[in-house]
Design a protein around this ligand. Structure first.
Ligand code: GLP
Length: 244
């Protein structure tokens, strides 16, 4: 695990965007796993900027989002699909058929999970997964206690996660109780992983995940054992690391 500490969120985002661009240039048909939330917003803005400057094309790229709320229709204002359209997809040359997102409103969620696993396998697996981290250590929506062997699955969201995400809601009054997420084993199989965290409110969990015990109680701690993980932090998020 390599850890890069940057000055602030803007620098963290620029660094992450450069690594993603490098990956896509080296392999134009890269398969990316992508997060939502506040953390990656500026990363997406930097990717859009690079596309507009002709520095990168996403025409051959395939993307799989990490998660979606259960019950959320694709075009609902609070769906991660709408988030991705607003932040990335509507502004770059990615092909619609190369965009994969879990359908939270699918009538059979077990089939939806199995199909997602199949789709990931069919494209040859994820080359690069970009992750944020929840304050309880979740990645995607893999909450504390989830098995490191988990594949794409329906989960109950922790109350703290529901509260933390409440201010991102546009239309809904409260965060749904369940989500559908790539599992920890699915994420771990990615050939390369970038974990991002910015802000003081992430400092405690970052220290626990990176320097604490590898435990299913801290899902992101699984990354300590991944051979190709780069962690990009800003100074505030890195402030409780012993090694910094
Ligand atoms: C959310 C998402 C994660 C995200 C994390 C942190 O619940 N499911 O993919 O990385 O929580 O969110 P934020 O970046 O807004 O702090």
């Amino acid at each position: 695990m390599q850890t890069i500490i940057t000055k602030n969120q803007a620098e963290m985002s620029a660094k992450a965007a450069e690594l993603i661009i490098e990956q896509v240039k080296a392999k134009p048909d890269s398969v990316l796993a992508l997060p939502t939330g506040k953390t990656p917003q500026l990363v997406y803005a930097k990717l859009v900027e690079a596309f507009q400057q002709g520095r990168v094309s996403f025409a051959g790229v395939k993307t799989f989002n990490l998660d979606e709320y259960v019950g959320m229709c694709r075009t609902c204002a609070d769906s991660f699909y709408v988030y991705m359209k607003q932040h990335l997809y509507d502004h770059v040359d990615i092909r619609p058929e190369n965009i994969f997102l879990l359908d939270g409103a699918a009538s059979n969620l077990d089939d939806e999970c199995a199909n997602y696993e199949r789709d990931i396998k069919e494209v040859g697996g994820v080359d690069l997964a970009i992750l944020g981290i929840g304050r309880d250590g979740h990645i995607g929506f893999c909450e504390p206690g989830m098995s490191f062997d988990s594949r794409t699955i329906v989960v109950n969201l922790d109350e703290s996660t529901r509260q933390a995400n409440a201010d991102d809601l546009v239309e809904l009054k409260e965060v749904p109780a369940q989500a559908i997420t790539m599992g920890l084993a699915t994420i771990f199989k990615s050939r390369q992983i970038i974990l991002l965290a910015s802000g003081e409110h992430k400092a405690a969990i970052v220290a626990k995940a990176l320097e604490g015990e590898v435990s299913e109680q801290v899902p992101a701690s699984i990354l300590q054992t991944h051979p190709q993980t780069t962690v990009i932090l800003d100074e505030a998020a890195a402030s409780q690391l012993k090694a910094s």
